[in-house]
Ligand binder design. Structure first.
Ligand code: 3EB
Length: 338
């Protein structure tokens, strides 16, 4: 008789409030809690669970919390300033970089340390990264936009580690309400990820130089194959109203919402995934754990109505009022399909 190994799959819940109940992690453990709060909280280990608290709540939105659980037992710890948790298949890692005049070198070191940590523990493929950047479209002390400054440091780190940590994964680059950078990611054992591009969009790492000296380092989505007969997960990057490399529907919030949803629809559809060798297909209604980022508070009512109308009532959606990484982008949307 053979004993079956547990699948070892991860999943998340996105609560529209700080979660104060018992986290349901059957037979496994909690990998991480990401809190969206009214102030920055950096990283901590709370009751043995890594926590990242990012400043994304102002007067126009409510606190929220995303919780990642695994079906496997989890161990957690700190590594310098960072916190992490691992289950033997997945690594969650979070770190905060405080405000500084110029970010480039510190971002490169932060990424270098993070990628090195993941690599040393055998989590050599990146599945999903979140880059939460305060003042993202403001100038740094040299007058360079902070997002472009950030992208240079990140690109330098990936250039150094790229051939060891696999290809660029799904990511989010978005503003927060405090200066500084919150970084967190999920890395996995090799052989499980497929990075997905969008036929409607220029790959971000090939954006023309007018968008910054170093192109952003991310894929449009990452497919994470399930273990055993467990389900796979499609991580959908922060997606905006960009066609080719250009922002479209400038100053038209309804147009930007619709174009963003169309981008996601094509990205996650069976035809696009098949072209990347993934034998699955999703529809918009399958997107869950959705985060909607809106630049202008005045657009929130329209965006809420338009986005809500597309998804089933049970879909978990959290709303944020933060800057997006190009001054002409009014909205960005991300989520997860299973
Ligand atoms: C875009 O498509 C919008 O720099 O990590 C989306 C997702 C965006 C991730 C990142 C940026 C990033 O270019 C911005």
């Amino acid at each position: 008789m053979t004993t079956r190994k547990p699948h070892g799959n991860i999943s998340s819940r996105l609560h529209g409030h700080p979660f104060d109940g018992t986290v349901d992690a059957p037979a496994g453990g909690v990998l991480a809690r990401v809190g969206f709060a009214g102030g920055t909280g950096g990283t901590s280990l709370d009751d043995g669970v890594p926590r990242l608290t990012t400043h994304m709540v102002g007067e126009h939105n409510e606190p929220a919390e995303e919780i990642w659980v695994s079906t496997l037992p989890v161990t957690a710890g700190t590594a310098g300033e960072a916190v992490f948790a691992e289950d033997g298949e997945h690594l969650f890692y979070a770190v905060r970089l405080d405000a500084r005049p110029v970010y480039r070198d510190a971002v490169r070191r932060m990424y270098d340390t993070a990628l090195g940590f993941a690599f040393a523990r055998g989590y050599t493929e990146m599945a999903r990264m979140w880059n939460l950047v305060g003042g993202i479209t403001d100038p740094n002390a040299d007058g360079v936009e902070i997002y472009r400054d950030f992208c240079v440091g990140r690109a330098e780190a990936f250039a150094a580690w790229g051939d060891r940590v696999g290809r660029l994964p799904a990511a989010t680059g978005i503003g927060t309400l405090s200066q500084g950078v919150d970084l967190c990611f999920i890395a996995v054992r090799p052989g499980r990820t497929t990075h997905i591009e969008n036929p409607r969009q220029t790959p971000a790492y090939e954006y023309p130089a007018r968008y910054g000296p170093k192109s952003p380092s991310f894929a449009r989505a990452t497919w994470l194959r399930g273990l055993g007969d467990g389900p796979g997960t499609l991580f959908v990057s922060g997606t905006a109203s960009i066609v080719g490399a250009e922002t479209v529907h400038v100053d038209d919030i309804a147009g930007q919402v619709d174009e963003t949803l169309r981008n996601i629809e094509v990205l996650i559809g069976g035809e696009n995934l098949a072209g990347h060798g993934v034998d699955r297909g999703f529809e918009l209604k399958d997107l869950n754990q959705i985060r909607v980022y809106v630049r202008d508070a005045g657009d929130l009512p329209l965006v809420r109505e338009r986005v809500r109308a597309v998804f089933p009532a049970h879909t978990e959606i959290a709303w944020f009022n933060v800057d997006v990484c190009r001054p002409d982008l009014l909205v960005e949307i991300e989520g997860v399909c299973r």
